[in-house]
Design a protein around this ligand. Structure first.
Ligand code: ZN
Ligand code: ZN
Length: 78
């Protein structure tokens, strides 16, 4: 069974490899503070203005609110 990164579509043979990749995936620029999902900016918006978490069960929305840029989150945690 293969595991596919939902952001860049790369495939991995183990779940661990995928999880390691998700931390460095350059296609996942946004991070949802509600469910912890990472995703590409283009998956979270249709018009480039209103952003929503792409996870079905999650109602996180808004840049700088529930959704944050991974780069910013990393800067803060250091
Ligand atoms: Zn990826
Ligand atoms: Zn979410």
């Amino acid at each position: 069974m293969t595991h596919t990164c939902r952001n860049c579509k790369r495939t991995f043979t183990s779940k661990l490899e995928l999880e390691l990749h998700r931390d460095t995936c350059s296609d996942a620029q946004l991070f949802c503070g509600k469910c912890g999902e990472r995703f590409a900016e283009r998956r979270a918006t249709r018009d480039g203005w209103h952003y929503e978490c792409p996870s079905d069960e999650c109602d996180g929305a808004g840049i700088g609110e529930d959704l944050r840029r991974v780069r910013d989150a990393i800067t803060v945690s250091r």
